[in-house]
Design a binder for this molecule. Sequence first.
Ligand SMILES: [Zn+2]
Length: 439
Amino acid sequence: MNITPLIGLEVHVELETKSKMFCGCPADHFGKVPNTQTCPVCLGLPGALPVPNKKALESCLKIGLALNCSINRLSKFDRKQYFYPDLAKGYQISQYDQPFCSEGFLNLDSGKKIGIERVHQEEDTGKLQHTVLNGEKVTLVDFNRSGVPLVEIVSKPDMSSSAEAKEYLKKVHEIIRAIGVSSADMEKGQMRLEPTVNVCIENEAGIRYTPLVEIKNINSFNFAVQAIEFEIKRQVEDFEKTGVEKSSTNKTTRGYDSVKKVTFLQRTKEEAKDYRYFPEPDIPPFIIEEDFVEKIGKELPLLPDQEISSLKNLGVERKDAKILVSTQNQVAIQIIHDYSDDDRIESKKLASLIVNGKLDPAEHVLVRYQELTKVGNTDRGELEKVIQGIMLANPVLVADFKGGKIAVAGFFVGQAMKETKGTADPKTLSEVVLDLLNK
Ligand SMILES: [Zn+2]
């Protein structure tokens, strides 16, 4: 029996814009007094008119471009209708069949390409708070988050292990941070993960697929890994017991209990038709011009993978380059590039010293580097003076060398090293010794 997991990922990212998606309320809702950042638009009061946030649109396009998507020239918002207490309007403004960005990809380090189906813009919902008030269990609603710009990134089910899913998620996280559209702080819920999992089972009976499961709202990479692994095992066992296949059942939604390390059934998943999507009548469709897309593309900084390759091209080891890029150590990255033409500094060593915390890139880099590496002296003029002094003091050995005893060169190298207190570059030193003795 051959088992191949099929894993897709939906990633929600809260954008860090000043104002919300369709109104002027502040988008920064974390830790604010509940329901102090609302207005008729984000509370969904009758007659309120949404006005799209241009900055959010730009951020969404940036994400799309960074993930190699095509930007759709014609796009629109749609209403996705469902009832939930944190959704005052009774619908969420999202994008259905004409998202801003589609058909992109992201490369894993192995070279495997993970397809990106779409990147679309929507708005966040309010937040429910389950608590106890006057001895009674109550649920409170805070609408500060309602209407905060949210981007959804949907991958194709191209990942076949939890390790690939984790690498994909980390890369998306780094890209989002690098292009400056969000800090994607998982603890603040700025990035939320929803893996979709099923398994392809191949045996004598043929190729069959287990029913699709979407695991909701995971807030850490490790929990995503654990949930995916649990789900693969559960589905294979379930299939062996029941034989139920994907084609004969609906997609279901499961939650993940990080304490018990299990997934649990939440509900049979609604299908798109249950949401009764229809075009948002209050916002006209978008025609996105080529030059607008070009302008946004030019604003993108080097992406993490590009930054890693540019460091590797300078000789920096891959593991060090990855650490510098993932920790967004822009000062160090800049310094390494600045010194890349300086013969006194080896980029590989400099990067390693910074990564290992031995050298602070904000302080006298060259001095500290030379202290730490003691490679320092490749100044031929200075070395020549030292060696000439040793030659004058040892005329017999100089004559021996000229007479064919080549091994005495080692004596001069040793003496010169002593006199320069080990700061001479060994390779340069040997060259200068031989040059002078051969004169
Ligand atoms: Zn508002």
